[in-house]
Design a protein around this ligand. Structure first.
Ligand SMILES: *[C@@H]1O[C@H](CO)[C@@H](O)[C@H](O)[C@H]1NC(C)=O
Ligand SMILES: *[C@@H]1O[C@H](CO)[C@@H](O)[C@H](O)[C@H]1NC(C)=O
Ligand SMILES: *[C@@H]1O[C@H](CO)[C@@H](O)[C@H](O)[C@H]1NC(C)=O
Ligand SMILES: *[C@@H]1O[C@H](CO)[C@@H](O)[C@H](O)[C@H]1NC(C)=O
Ligand SMILES: *[C@@H]1O[C@H](CO)[C@@H](O)[C@H](O)[C@H]1NC(C)=O
Ligand SMILES: *[C@@H]1O[C@H](CO)[C@@H](O)[C@H](O)[C@H]1NC(C)=O
Ligand SMILES: *[C@@H]1O[C@H](CO)[C@@H](O)[C@H](O)[C@H]1NC(C)=O
Ligand SMILES: *[C@@H]1O[C@H](CO)[C@@H](O)[C@H](O)[C@H]1NC(C)=O
Length: 351
């Protein structure tokens, strides 16, 4: 599944997530993973080809979760820009297949430890399986647990990149269902969308489409949906939070405020409003959810790295509403997009 999506996601990156570095590990197989780390350190003579060494690749897998591949590179002093894993090397780990089965992964794991001086085997094979299922979930192969070469290489290359989302959060459907959905974002986002969404939190209780910050957040969640946005805006302890379907239609005051009174909203209007929302941002001066005291700060940004970021999400909205020719959207069409896109099942690419 991820293979087909990769052309879209390859160049996407992120808003969310703190530094991937120095996360604690709580898995019970710490010792076997430490053995792989020792073997990787002892054997990798070329840190710029980290994914050409069995111990280093297995160490990367057993560090996740919670450690992402980029954090493993960082901790080992290896360059971040590793070449993509070579297929012929992959096949030395997979038993000659162009996919890796769970059993082949287990064999490679125990095989490497058997040749590692002072190597410690996992206390149970379940620990090894849990690491493999993590990769199967990210790549979308929970059904067979057979992960093709290219998807495995994608995991090494892209799974650390914020804004690139896993196929599913977990192969365990209960856990997947309880996990806050990942929000895909282009690389140019630079954290701007989550900043605008954090401003929206102060006013969302009055309606998602009744406030300029919340409307702009709804725009920049175009790769996800406004239902996902609402899940991110409302804390998990607020049960029965609203969905898009229960939100009132777009406020005309907000629409005409953004257009400066014009009958259609242009890409330039949205660029101006979006950058405006990131200039002198609102911060939380205290109070519980729904009763926070917002305060206007002198903080700016993070701005997108390029206005291409705004062009992309406005391009998606223009495509949904059928205004690719001008990217000028009248009130009724934009209000329809906001009210119905989340449940429409229609997810066009940007114009
Ligand atoms: C390094 O790799 C070789 C061949 O794979 C293996 O025999 C040796 O035990 C490894 N060294 C360590 C410290 O793992
Ligand atoms: C990968 O490792 C193999 C053997 O360990 C070596 O022959 C080959 O040159 C390496 N390839 C790269 C690109 O480092
Ligand atoms: C993979 O590595 C081998 C040996 O290191 C090399 O001969 C081969 O061309 C590489 N394949 C690709 C696709 O880079
Ligand atoms: C193996 O472990 C023992 C005890 O834990 C230690 O004394 C010894 O130095 C280790 N050997 C190597 C090669 O790491
Ligand atoms: C899935 O996760 C839930 C919650 O952690 C757990 O209770 C359940 O046993 C797991 N199911 C399987 C099949 O592992
Ligand atoms: C997912 O969670 C929601 C509530 O959080 C629940 O209503 C739904 O039944 C769950 N679905 C599955 C497949 O567990
Ligand atoms: C209209 O925009 C101005 C500044 O851009 C802002 O201060 C005001 O709150 C906005 N009004 C509405 C209804 O969103
Ligand atoms: C991206 O965000 C960082 C802060 O997170 C900021 O320092 C940087 O200037 C932003 N990039 C651009 C092009 O504005």
């Amino acid at each position: 599944m991820f293979t087909s999506m990769l052309s879209v996601f390859t160049f996407l990156i992120a808003t969310t997530n703190a530094s991937p570095f120095v996360l604690p590990r709580d898995a019970s197989d710490t010792d076997s993973c430490q053995s792989l780390k020792n073997a990787c350190n002892a054997n990798v003579t070329d840190l710029s080809h980290f994914y050409n060494d069995t111990a280093c690749v297995l160490f990367t897998v057993c560090s996740a979760p919670p450690q992402v591949p980029s954090a493993v590179l960082f901790q080992n002093g290896a360059p971040a820009d590793q070449p993509r894993m070579n297929e012929s090397f992959f096949m030395t780990m997979s038993g000659g297949q162009d996919y890796m089965s769970q059993q082949a992964f287990i064999d490679a794991y125990y095989g490497q430890i058997s040749i590692t001086p002072n190597g410690t085997y996992p206390s149970t094979v379940d620990d090894v399986i849990a690491h493999w299922e993590n990769i199967a979930a990210w790549t979308g192969y929970c059904d067979t647990l057979n992960v093709p070469y290219s998807n495995f290489a994608d995991w090494l290359e892209y799974s650390s990149v914020p804004g690139v989302c896993p196929a599913v959060a977990s192969c365990n459907a209960t856990i997947a269902n309880e996990t806050l959905p990942c929000v895909p974002q282009p690389i140019t986002d630079n954290g701007s969308c989550s900043e605008v969404a954090s401003e929206c939190v102060f006013w969302v209780a009055d309606g998602l489409f009744q406030n300029e910050y919340c409307v702009l957040s709804s725009f920049c969640y175009a790769e996800a949906s406004t239902d996902v946005l609402l899940q991110h805006l409302y804390p998990s302890y607020v049960s029965d939070h609203p969905t898009t379907a229960s939100e009132a239609r777009l406020s005309q005051a907000v629409f005409y405020n953004i257009t400066g009174g014009a009958q259609t909203m242009s890409e330039q209007n949205v660029i101006d409003a979006y950058y405006g929302a990131l200039t002198g941002t609102w911060i939380d001066l205290g109070g519980p959810f729904g009763a926070e005291t917002p305060g206007k700060s002198n903080n700016n940004g993070p701005y997108p790295t390029s206005t291409d970021y705004v062009s992309n999400f406005w391009g998606i909205i223009s495509a949904w509403t059928g205004f690719c020719d001008t990217k000028e959207i009248p009130y009724d069409n934009l209000a329809d997009y906001l009210s119905y896109a989340a449940t429409s099942g229609y997810h066009p690419a940007a114009c």
